[in-house]
Design a protein around this ligand. Structure first.
Ligand code: IYT
Ligand code: CU
Ligand code: CU
Length: 411
């Protein structure tokens, strides 16, 4: 009996010393940013916390903070308690040193913007940090929009941030984020498509959230899985809406043999060309996929980058048979809830489309004639045959890639 009570006490004491779940605050330490659009970062070493993160509770007010991003870093951007980590390093508040969010190995793991609620990962899913995950620090970036309350006479301070629910009980599935990203540029006065696609060749994963990111020129960002030539939307969003993680459009899985594809539809109404780059005056084209996978094996590759316009469009993807562009949804450049199609019209796009369609026509002609006919003909005659007649050309063009749009002259 005595030992029995002793045991009970012991279990109880152990449970108190190491509760299986803890909440951890990652908050700004009473900062007073003085310039609008200041981006501040603070970080924490993950050795001090339990390794499985299952939930995120934001503490922020949308009148003050425009967005919060939480990153896992291999090494933090700075040793400072708080530093300036803006994409637009020009608005540098002299009170803070400037440094990137992470020095090395950055992975986005949570995003808050405007009215985003708390994020609870699916049951048995956690973001793992520490150990061999490559995540040694968590860095939090807050974009301060309105700073008037931090100036005299109010001189308030800010402690916005995120509370993490962590546990040391291993979860069967781990969460991760896959990034689709392009380079490229958007010519003055045009609508342009920045596109990327990659073969998926890894363990089976289950996407459950997506986030889009562009700066001011983005109109629509959409992402897809292509399996057996069939396109399925993972997510589609107006990037001018809060750039947080939304639920996927379709709960599909990704496995070896699939292709991931994404498009940012950009409209440049400014008076100069805009290229992809790291400041707010440049553009970005990002489609993030938040997923979970069985076990804790990380992906070999967690980003898909292509050069983007004017040098790369989806018709430049090497395996066109597998990509099967004619199944690309026509609403890829339409904002959810609207039916307006943003049709690309840049010179590179129009020229590229013309060439891509010419290839298709030639291939189809070849198929029809290859057996027998061509082999018996004079090569010069073959050439005149594979050059399609005008009306056939127009019909084929309209049927070839429904997800692409034909400039007036093609219609
Ligand atoms: C040039 C570009 O597109 N930069 C993006 C993508 C990016 C994400 C991560 C680049 C790096 C990263 O470690 I995660 I290097 C970019 O900077 N996107 C911003 C955040 O920094 C993540 C965004 O809000 O999506
Ligand atoms: Cu912001
Ligand atoms: Cu950006």
């Amino acid at each position: 009996m005595v030992t029995h009570i002793f045991c009970l006490l012991l279990t109880c004491a152990c449970a108190m010393a190491a509760p299986s779940s803890q909440s951890v605050n990652l908050l700004m330490s009473q900062v007073q940013p003085q310039e609008p659009d200041t981006y501040l970062c603070t970080s924490m070493n993950v050795r001090t916390i339990q390794p499985y993160i299952t939930e995120f509770f934001p503490h922020a007010n949308m009148d003050i903070a425009h967005h919060i991003l939480l990153y896992g870093c291999e090494t933090p951007g700075s040793e400072e308690k708080v530093w300036n980590c803006g994409e637009m390093l020009s608005t540098s508040d002299k009170a803070f040193k400037s440094a990137p969010v992470c020095q090395t190995g950055s992975k986005i793991i949570y995003a808050w913007a405007m009215d985003a609620p708390s994020l609870k990962l699916p049951p048995d899913v956690a973001f793992k940090v520490g150990g061999d995950t490559g995540i040694n620090y968590l860095s939090m970036q807050i974009h301060y929009k309105n700073v008037s309350t931090f100036k005299p006479p109010q001189s308030k301070t800010d402690s916005s941030g995120v509370t993490l629910i962590t546990t040391d009980v291993p979860k069967a599935n781990h969460a991760g984020v896959y990034l689709m990203v392009t380079g490229g540029e958007i010519p003055v006065g045009s609508i342009e498509y920045l596109e990327t696609a990659c073969p998926y060749d890894d363990i089976e994963i289950h996407p459950f959230g997506f986030r889009t990111h562009t700066h001011t020129l983005g109109q629509v960002v959409s992402g897809y899985r292509v399996r057996d030539g069939q396109w399925t939307e993972i997510g589609r969003m107006d990037p001018k809406l809060p750039q947080m993680f939304y639920n996927v459009t379709n709960k599909v899985t990704l496995k070896t043999g699939d292709i991931l594809a994404a498009r940012c539809t950009m409209q440049n109404s400014l008076d100069h060309d805009v290229a992809i780059g790291n400041t707010q005056n440049d553009e970005m084209c990002n489609f993030y996929i938040m997923y979970y996978a069985d076990g804790d094996q990380p992906l070999k590759e967690d980003a898909c980058f292509q050069r983007g316009a004017p040098n790369w469009y989806l018709w430049d993807y090497p395996d066109q048979d597998a990509l099967n562009l004619k199944d690309m949804p026509v609403n890829a450049s339409t904002k959810p809830g609207s039916d307006y199609i943003y049709k690309a019209n840049s010179t590179a796009y129009v020229e590229g489309l013309r060439l891509a369609l010419k290839d298709i026509n030639e291939n189809e002609m070849m198929d029809e004639f290859l057996d027998g006919v061509i082999s018996q003909m004079d090569p010069r005659d073959v050439e005149s045959l594979v050059t399609p007649e005008q009306d056939r050309e127009e019909r084929d063009m309209a049927n070839a890639y429904p997800g692409y749009f034909y400039p007036e002259e093609f219609q």
